[in-house]
Design a protein around this ligand. Structure first.
Ligand code: ACO
Length: 332
């Protein structure tokens, strides 16, 4: 390995225009704004009206490239992290590549559910370590509403659609105002817990035959309470592991960006880590859980709101189906 530098030079995010509030759900399922707000912190979410994964991802990618000062022709790799790709084949990264007007570079999908962006960052970091000429586009885009049963109130109120993107480069671009160095990533997985959060229907173990109707297993199914406990414990452990191996403490971090699934999960994590609320980024109330897209949307929004400045240390942490979980440290 030539070096250990991968520079985060641009971020972008995109939400579809249509907003669905908690009150909108009241006419669809037996729920209330009060129940959703107190149990999750979510007030509204954005919903795709026909846009596919690559469409949302494209908008986020264009912004990230603009911020990075790069054209699509300067990219060397495109990574798409999603479990709701446009199609199985071609993969969403290839569809996005075509929309960007670029050809003859590597393009692949990564599926680690809500931890997708953190996994994508680690793959990008490896590619940047191989070449200082690497410019890797990492896009996390989800159209979760394509895999949510609107009639299942225990899941449908939780999720939203959206995309986030980042550009990582093998060398620091000159004169860049806000450039982060992705200094470390810590990834974990445990397949024994997979049954607690699934989307099975249409997979090769649960094939759909011509003319067959989809059944409930086509949609997200989740043991909410169990997932909740594991999410808090795993995000805490992987946050502390990455900090400790870098000789850092939680109070050294200027901004923690956790996966935006549920305010109670975020609050429990913050309490365990003894975080100052000012050092915690939260936007779950506006977007709901956008799975892999949640961390890069939050990162992009934090930059837009000037919550991150040169010299800051940022910790990102996520947890998702599989189970998968991971953390990443960026030194701005
Ligand atoms: N409106 C009204 N009532 C509801 C709703 C709803 N939308 N959903 C469930 N209920 C009911 C249940 O039917 C149950 O009723 P019962 O007691 O009569 O059986 C009652 O509310 C309590 O249900 P619980 O599931 O025990 O409620 P809980 O307090 O655990 O909250 C929730 C549920 C919000 C799903 C919570 O468990 C949670 O957030 N879990 C984590 C899920 C998550 O964030 N996953 C994402 C991480 S991984 C990833 O991002 C893919």
């Amino acid at each position: 390995m030539k070096q250990n530098n991968s520079f985060l030079t641009g971020c972008g995010f995109h939400l579809p225009e249509k907003v669905m509030t908690n009150h909108d759900f009241e006419s669809l399922v037996d729920t209330s704004d009060e129940w959703i707000t107190t149990r999750t912190g979510i007030k509204q979410r954005h919903i795709s009206t026909g846009q596919a994964c690559s469409d949302l991802g494209y908008q986020a990618a264009v912004q990230a490239l603009h911020e990075a000062g790069l054209t699509p022709q300067q990219l060397t790799h495109v990574l798409m992290t999603t479990f709701t790709p446009d199609t199985h084949i071609p993969n969403a990264a290839c569809v996005l590549l075509e929309k960007l007007g670029q050809r003859n570079i590597a393009a692949m999908d990564i599926n680690t559910a809500c931890t997708g962006f953190i996994y994508g960052l680690e793959v990008a970091r490896g590619l940047c370590a191989l070449s200082e000429d690497a410019n890797v586009l990492v896009v996390a885009s989800e159209v979760l509403t394509s895999r949510v049963n609107i009639k299942d109130r225990s899941t449908s109120v939780l999720f939203g659609d959206g995309a986030g993107a980042a550009v990582l480069s093998g060398s620091r671009p000159p004169g860049h105002e806000l450039c982060g160095n992705l200094t470390d990533v810590c990834l974990k997985a445990d397949g024994s817990l997979g049954e607690l959060l699934t989307v099975k229907g249409g997979g090769s173990a649960y094939p759909l035959r011509l003319g067959q109707m989809v059944s409930e297993n086509f949609f997200i199914q989740m043991e909410g309470r169990e997932v909740f406990k594991h999410a808090v414990r795993s995000m805490f452990n992987v946050s502390m592991e990455i900090l400790e191996r870098n000789n850092l403490r939680p109070e050294d971090v200027n901004l923690v960006i956790p996966h935006q699934a549920n305010i109670r999960i975020i609050d429990a994590l913050a309490k365990k880590m003894n975080l100052d609320p000012d050092n915690l980024f939260v936007n779950v109330q506006k977007y709901g859980n956008t799975s892999a897209a949640s961390v890069p949307i939050a990162l992009g929004e934090a930059i837009q709101l000037k919550r991150i400045k040169a010299g800051d240390l940022v910790l990102m942490v996520a947890f998702g189906g599989g189970f998968t979980w991971g953390s990443a440290l960026v030194q701005y």
